[in-house]
Design a protein around this ligand. Sequence first.
Ligand code: CTP
Length: 395
Amino acid sequence: MLNKNILIGVTGGIAAYKVVEVASRLKKLGANVRVMMTGSATEFVSPRTFQEITGNAVFVEMFGDAAHFHVAHVALADFADLVLIAPATANFLAKAAHGIADDLLTTTILASDKPLLIAPSMNTKMFLNPSTQENLRILKSRGVKILEPASGNLACGTVGKGRLPEPEEICAAVEKFFAPKILVGKKILVTAGGTIEAIDPVRYIGNRSSGRMGYEIAKSAANHGAEVVLISGKSELEPPDGLKFLKVESAVEMREKVLSEFDSVDAVIMSAAVADYRVKNISEQKIKKSAENLTLELVKNPDILRELGGLKKSQVLVGFAAETQNILDYANKKLVEKNLDFIVANDVTAEGAGFGVTTNIASIIWRGGKIETFPKMTKADLSEKIIERVADLLK
Ligand code: CTP
């Protein structure tokens, strides 16, 4: 971040106060930060606060008196390596999507050809309104990065999607933007989520995987410049932007999709929780309740990763071992049997690891027996570790 020029645009949302912390953190990381605000934003935070934090004059008025910054909107646009708009109101999104320039901030955006990162924040209904969604779609289609709002209690007293992500998350997104692009020219296949195996048209056998680990890995690979294919089983998460996303249900379907991509990729990271068995005879009709006991006959699913281990030419292969006991032994066995380059092992029963949480506690086991043990960290941070290692292997 050292000496990176970041232009922050603050629009009139209650979450503007959080952006003071964002500016402060970015400054501490060594960035040059300049702030421009809309008139409404100044109702929530004083420009003086940003001025003190950044050490730079804050720009609000189109025809203001910041004399040293000639033709402010052009100069600001030229200054930036990255423009961050936070919080971005629905009104701002509408203007940005349609090229409306009626104040300094929107005029600067129009005059800028610099990368744009937008963190929307608003009432849930405003966020979900088709107009706002359409505006977001337009902006995304132009390559603008949107930082999805979080869900939670909103200032208007409702609960839902629309909260500005926490300052550390916004800063992490900015840091990612400047992260060295260590995977440019590489194609990475990531699998995520749990497969589901049908019993009848209504029921299925599933597992507790949320998909979060794999989605973070896919995002991290894309942030580092890779072309990414994410093949996902069941997951409630939003598909990340900027990658090829394929949704599947069963292990057999996942195998088909993985095999169809395999020859063209440089690495595969199999973080999906693939069901080991499927129902032998899927009932065409809903199974009705009758006898006291019901027996389902299961047959083994293909082991996708083992198959890739057999087919592997130059590809890097990474597996996961979600265990509940003898973690390193079991993981090591999988590493060898599936012909992997390394395997990420974790105890899914440990607090702060496993299914449905945002953190993980993992070890990486390498061919030859080297083991790296990591402390508890976010799945996003663990993804970075994994991607850095994959990039090293692909060098
Ligand atoms: N895997 C796979 N196909 C399967 C099962 C697992 O590709 N049918 C992959 C997983 O995505 C993971 C690795 O193999 O990267 C290990 O998965 P895991 O479920 O931990 O191990 P299994 O080989 O299924 O063995 P077990 O369930 O007995 O622990």
